[in-house]
Design a protein around this ligand. Structure first.
Ligand SMILES: [Fe+2]
Ligand SMILES: [Fe+2]
Length: 161
């Protein structure tokens, strides 16, 4: 399985086309990377990792859960009472929004709800797709935050895989 972005564009077509999802291009996630680009690169890295480690996954759920895992729809850098404890609360906010705007299955629900484990200690990833997302989200966050070129593949390179 190569050209991971083709799987993402196929399985996540309706998600990527959505106005609300596109609005995430204006919200910064880490460094100078938008929430939109962050979730896209997490989806690519999740497929890549599952492929390289020969883990038999539900690819469609893996892609959709990854694309929606940070669907909280606000700028977390802006101080506001409604998202004061962003790190602890945004997974549940993303899940609520995802359920409102898309049809999501049990695997995708667990992926979104539990992606912040172990910060959210009681939301434990149950499915292998959720475990992969949990790892890849952190790897992408590190690569977006720290200047460690060469250790992790950058998003532009990932997209061309
Ligand atoms: Fe998150
Ligand atoms: Fe994330």
């Amino acid at each position: 399985m190569k050209e991971y972005y083709k799987y993402i564009n196929y399985y996540g077509k309706d998600i990527l086309k959505s106005k609300k999802v596109k609005s995430q291009k204006q919200f910064i996630q880490h460094g100078n990377v938008s929430v939109y680009d962050h979730t896209y690169s997490v989806a690519v890295l999740s497929l890549y990792l599952a492929d390289k480690l020969n883990i038999n996954v539900d690819e469609k759920s893996l892609v959709r859960g990854a694309l929606l895992h940070d669907y909280f729809l606000y700028d977390w850098h802006v101080k506001d009472k409604s998202h004061r404890l962003h790190g602890y609360t945004h997974a549940n906010t993303a899940l609520k929004n995802a359920k409102r705007d898309f049809k999501i299955n049990k695997i995708e629900e667990n992926m979104i709800k539990c992606h912040m484990f172990p910060l959210n200690l009681f939301s434990i990833p149950k499915y292998k797709e959720a475990k992969i997302l949990c790892i890849c989200d952190k790897l992408c966050a590190i690569s977006e935050t720290l200047p460690i070129k060469g250790i992790l593949v950058k998003i532009s390179e990932l997209k061309s895989l």
